[in-house]
Design a protein around this ligand. Structure first.
Ligand code: HBI
Ligand code: FE
Length: 289
């Protein structure tokens, strides 16, 4: 099995114990992280910090710089929340791992980012099934320092609750997946990463930007909504936005007619390229075969 994204999402936490609180939050219990946990954080932090300059977008780098996140120890959620709250009104709360969709959406709609409390084991550096503190804090929290992304993720939470009622959650989740998790952006220096699933993964950082295999295609809302994604391996296609403001602009669209049109369309396989796509680089497809 090749190395894979830092975290896969979208599955219910089926065998998790029932939560003590209805919002699924737990104390971070920072003092219970041991030396091995901090060492895992340090390994992951150092290797991503070496790789990301020139690869992560400016907002990511800037957000990271302004947060109390460093190599030496696992960050404290309260300290992160204090800085985030002052900048964009967000907080970080601890959860055991994946939480049910409606719980996840309710947190986001209220500008609380649910972050996995645990850290992966040392033998899971490149792959794990649920989002842990490295994926959630290193990958997502720097982008929450950006006002456009802060508003966009809140809007996703509100839209998620609506999409559940409309039966269009699969389509909406693809938008989150191909932006917040696996988004690329055009910047002055070239293509840059803003998606947390890429930024928190050594192997996918290289794959998404440097490998000839995946397609890189200009982001188009309805096209993305029709496109299935891979949860257990690198993406076959990355969608490229021109700015974070363009991502936030998606939140002011009336999705009802969009869902109607997407409903009429055929679903697209993750690696499919259409004649109507604006292709930035056409992948060889070699990696996925
Ligand atoms: N729970 N903790 C956590 N993190 C996620 O990213 C997450 C989740 N539950 C559901 C979910 N994501 C997605 O399936 C929704 O975005 C659809
Ligand atoms: Fe994530």
């Amino acid at each position: 099995m090749p190395t894979s994204p830092a975290a896969k999402h979208g599955l219910a936490a089926a065998d998790a114990p029932p939560p003590e609180r209805p919002d699924w939050t737990i104390p971070q219990d920072w003092s219970r992280y041991g030396p091995e946990d901090h060492a895992t954080w340090k390994t992951l932090f150092e290797r991503q910090s070496r790789l990301l300059p020139g690869r992560a977008c400016d907002a990511f780098v800037q957000g990271m710089r302004d947060l109390p996140i460093a190599a030496d120890q696992i960050p404290e959620f309260d300290a992160l929340s204090e800085v985030l709250m002052a900048r964009t009104g967000w907080q970080v709360v601890a959860v055991p791992g994946l939480v049910p969709d409606e719980v996840f959406f309710d947190h986001l709609a209220n500008r609380r980012f649910p972050a996995g409390q645990f850290i992966r084991r040392p033998d899971q550096l490149d792959y794990l099934e649920e989002p842990d503190i490295f994926h959630d804090v290193f990958g997502h929290v720097p982008m929450l320092m950006n006002p456009a992304i802060a508003d966009y993720i809140q809007a996703y939470g509100k839209g998620g609750l609506r999409a559940q009622q409309l039966g269009t959650l699969a389509q909406l989740a693809r938008v989150y997946w191909y932006t917040v998790e696996f988004g690329l952006m055009r910047e002055a220096g070239g293509l840059r990463i803003y998606g947390a699933g890429i930024a928190s993964s050594l192997t996918e950082t290289r794959f998404a930007l440097d490998d000839p295999s995946p397609n890189r295609v200009a982001f188009d809302l309805e096209r993305v909504m029709a496109t299935r994604y891979r949860i257990d391996d690198f993406q076959e296609t990355y969608f490229v936005v021109d700015s974070l403001e363009a991502v936030l602009d998606l939140a002011s669209i009336d999705f009802a007619p969009v869902y109607e049109r997407v409903w009429q369309r055929e679903e697209l396989a993750p690696g499919q390229v259409l004649p109507t796509d604006t292709v930035i680089s056409r992948g060889t497809g070699a990696y996925h075969g």
